[in-house]
Write a protein that binds this ligand. Structure first.
Ligand code: ATP
Ligand code: MG
Length: 758
């Protein structure tokens, strides 16, 4: 058997094995949740490197989040080792484009030191533009949404006008003109300040591929996870990446398409099938993640969607406990229930059950706050995804703005943010004058400040504290100098910055109570920077070896020679880049904390115990959903949430909810009608209905095995699995944490026939 000696091929089922080893250049894998799609991608990457001698730098792996990329990296590392893994081109579409643009952006007249705007930066720009163009508008962010949708289809302001139908009412035409105008100004603004927003990374990435189709020469194998949630421009990027070699592997599940509201298009799956008619179509039908009870409940929810194409999905996992579905008096009670369940399970779990085993999922980001209060009161360590993110905290943004300004003096939002932080007596009026002067002279605000600091006269600016400005300029200049050192450590730059600006004292003066936490956050950023620099050092060593290898390879197009600019500020820029790319659906895992997350951000992830809370009729479907298509997307969202659970699933809702300041009665989500408790097998009763549950034997055994598994499979830097090489996969190889043997108190496992060899 080919798996002999190849650990990455072991413990795959037949269909997975077929998908991993398939020689067909194009492979399309359509399969349900937990069936191992992501695992197939990682194993296929390993297979390409180990068995088919594809060079890792020629493999492109696209993931849905940065976190997914990190997880995949860890998994691949076990099979092919860290050195080979480091050479893969792996990340989100955004991260991959950002990297290409930094390197080759000059080919489309983009400076390599562009700043990536975060949501708040974009909003700040937009507010100013809308104020000028549409002063009556109360929601400037709506413009951002509309623009984003056009960019997702690689369309610009002209397309806004073209999209107006010939018979449109005058107000519709007016609206489109307004949008086109705002769109144009917004792009001009960004361009003038050398800033790209998130969508621009893809738009310019697309332009880059148009200008340099040869980029795809180095992309021998392209693999994309979660393809059902790609948008039009990501589809195009995919086809451009594999244009030369036509080797493409995509995996997806139409039942889990939940980003149509962000212009994702599930029909991209069918388009790929049409584009690659000879592709191998592979279906994975065995779910390894969840118990039968969880899978059945989820299946009932999704099969209410009458238009969907039915798929096979079964599991050899045990029946497990019935899904718990129940209403609570109100949201507070619901949150308390969740806390009690977690506390009870952890307390009786004999050390085998930890906070990291739980996730609490909600439909809307703002609901995480109510939950957070309950968790704080219950003193349960937790981590919120989709709430205020680390990089959105004021102190973090301050520090980053200094760094950004040092890297890109044209970055106006950063200039405005820190010119008077800590306070230097340079008020809004002065800043206004500086901006005007910058516009008039066609130079950056920072350059205006520099002129003033050097006692030059600048038209329109009279009274300004040159001494204070000189202090500010001196700090930035020093940062620039430090950043220009090729072996600089970004942590040192930050350390200098906070000391030179007396930032800690500033925090204390601002709010003594908050200062401690805020200062801790700054330290945390410093740690992140130190780690980043360390990883960069490793990479640098690898790259040197890599370059030698490249020289021998004639068909490698090395365009570094004709590159006009010398790449300075490398460590700083690379750090800022990694920080900017952390998106709202990214999250770090922390085994000591319960995860509180939106349903959207939970995609692709799994936890032993999942609570889907707030599942009332105003949230699922969300009250703003209109039309059947949106309602179906909401149903899929619930499906995605339910299928994150491995062993225990709770779906709960409040019977009253505070909305718009009032207290309203709500009802259970209509999607849940099909999973009434009565329809479920009454397996061994876990004391779920009481306030504090106790763990029963079967569940405890699951957790014990899982912990054991984690210890045995802890990340292993050498990349080899002890004792694994050479041992052929047992025919019934199963995940070590499965419980379907020797557990007399569980309902007998329903075995379905195995699918035939793909
Ligand atoms: P989703 O649609 O939710 O993204 P997926 O299809 O990508 O799910 P994976 O995350 O790859 O599924 O796998 C789900 C779980 O099942 C993981 O914990 C994975 O390690 C495990 N798994 C997958 N295949 C096997 C297998 N053949 N044997 C044992 N465990 C497996
Ligand atoms: Mg997956």
């Amino acid at each position: 058997a080919p798996e002999g000696g190849f650990p990455h091929l072991q413990s795959l089922n037949d269909a997975q094995f077929g998908a991993v080893t398939c020689d067909n250049p194009a492979v399309i894998i359509l399969a349900g949740p937990g069936s191992g799609k992501t695992r197939v991608i990682t194993s296929r990457v390993a297979d390409l490197v180990l068995r088919r001698d594809v060079r890792p730098e020629n493999i492109v792996v696209v993931t849905f989040t940065n976190k997914a990329a990190n997880e995949m990296r860890e998994r691949i590392q076990k099979a092919i080792g860290p050195y080979m893994t480091g050479r893969l081109q792996m990340g989100t579409f955004h991260a991959l484009c950002a990297k290409l643009l930094r390197k080759h952006g000059y080919r489309i007249e983009l400076k390599s030191n562009f700043t990536i705007a975060d949501r708040q930066d974009s909003e700040a720009y937009m507010k100013r533009i809308v104020k000028a163009v549409d002063p009556k508008c109360t929601k400037p962010t709506n413009y951002l949404w509309d623009i984003s949708k056009f960019k997702a289809r690689n369309q610009g302001p002209a397309d806004v006008l073209n999209a107006v139908s010939p018979g449109a009412a005058p107000w519709e035409v007016r609206k489109a003109q307004l949008l086109a105008d705002v769109f144009t100004r917004y792009q001009d603004e960004l361009k003038a300040h050398n800033i790209l927003d998130f969508d621009d990374l893809l738009v310019y990435g697309h332009q880059l591929f148009m200008a340099m189709p040869e980029l795809s020469d180095g992309m021998h194998e392209v693999l994309v996870d979660e393809f059902q949630d790609t948008n039009a421009i990501q589809y195009d990027l995919t086809t451009m990446m594999c244009a030369k070699h036509q080797h493409l592997t995509i995996v997806g599940d139409p039942d889990q398409s939940i980003y149509a509201w962000r212009a994702a298009d599930v029909t991209n799956l069918h388009k790929v099938q049409k584009l690659f008619p000879a592709a191998s179509m592979i279906h994975l039908e065995e779910n390894y993640r969840s118990t039968q009870a969880i899978l059945q409940a989820a299946h009932r929810v999704i099969s209410q969607d009458k238009k969907r194409i039915a798929k096979q999905l079964y599991t050899n996992n045990p029946m497990g406990h019935a899904v718990f579905a129940k209403g609570h008096l109100n949201s507070q009670r619901e949150a308390e229930f969740v806390c009690n369940q977690i506390r009870g399970l952890v307390a009786t779990g004999q050390g085998q059950i930890i906070n990291g085993d739980f996730a609490v999922l909600v439909r809307s980001g703002y609901l995480t706050r109510a939950l957070e209060e309950a968790f704080v009161r219950a003193k349960i360590p937790h981590r919120i995804i989709g709430g205020m993110r680390f990089y959105e905290r004021a102190e973090i943004k301050d520090v980053l703005a200094y760094l950004r300004l040092a890297d890109n003096p044209h970055d106006r939002p950063s200039f405005e943010r820190v010119i008077n932080v800590p306070a230097r007596g340079i008020g809004d009026t002065s800043v206004g004058h500086i901006i005007d002067a910058a516009n008039a002279l066609q130079i950056s605000c920072y350059d205006v400040a520099k002129k003033l600091a050097n006692k030059e006269t600048v038209p329109g600016i009279k009274r300004i504290s040159r001494v204070k400005l000189a202090e500010f300029v001196a700090v930035i200049e020093k940062l620039r100098e430090m950043a220009a050192q090729p072996d600089t450590n970004v942590a040192d730059i930050i350390a200098y910055l906070v000391s030179a600006t007396k930032y800690e004292a500033y925090l204390k003066a601002k709010d003594a109570k908050e200062a401690t936490t805020r200062w801790e956050n700054v330290q945390e950023l410093l740690n992140t920077a130190a780690q980043h620099s360390a990883s960069l050092d490793d990479k640098e060593e690898e790259k040197n070896e890599d370059d030698d290898a490249m020289d021998e390879d004639e068909d490698e197009d090395d365009d570094r020679r004709d590159k006009p600019t010398v790449d300075t500020n490398v460590p700083l820029r690379s750090f800022l880049n990694s920080v900017s790319l952390v998106s709202d659906i990214d999250q770090e895992t922390d085994q000591s904390k319960v995860t509180i997350s939106t349903l959207h951000a939970a995609k692709g992830l799994e936890w032993p115990v999942v609570f889907v809370v707030g599942a009332d009729a105003s949230q699922l479907p969300h009250s703003l959903s209109t039309g059947p298509a949106q309602i179906e997307e909401e149903r899929r969202l619930l499906y995605v949430g339910m299928t994150r659970a491995e062993r225990l699933l709770y779906v709960t809702w409040p019977e009253r909810r505070t909305r718009y300041g009032g207290d309203e009665a709500t009802i259970r989500s209509p999607f849940l009608a099909c999973i009434d408790g009565a329809t479920f097998p009454k397996t061994k009763t876990l004391l779920l209905t009481t306030t504090s549950p106790t763990v029963d034997k079967s569940l405890l055994e699951f957790f014990t095995k899982m912990r054991q598994h984690q210890v045995e499979h802890a990340p292993n830097p050498t990349g080899s699995q002890p004792g694994a090489a050479g041992t052929p996969a047992a025919p019934t190889a199963k995940r070590p944490l499965d419980l379907d043997t020797d557990l007399p108190d569980l309902v007998p496992v329903l075995k379905k026939p195995r699918p035939p060899l793909a």
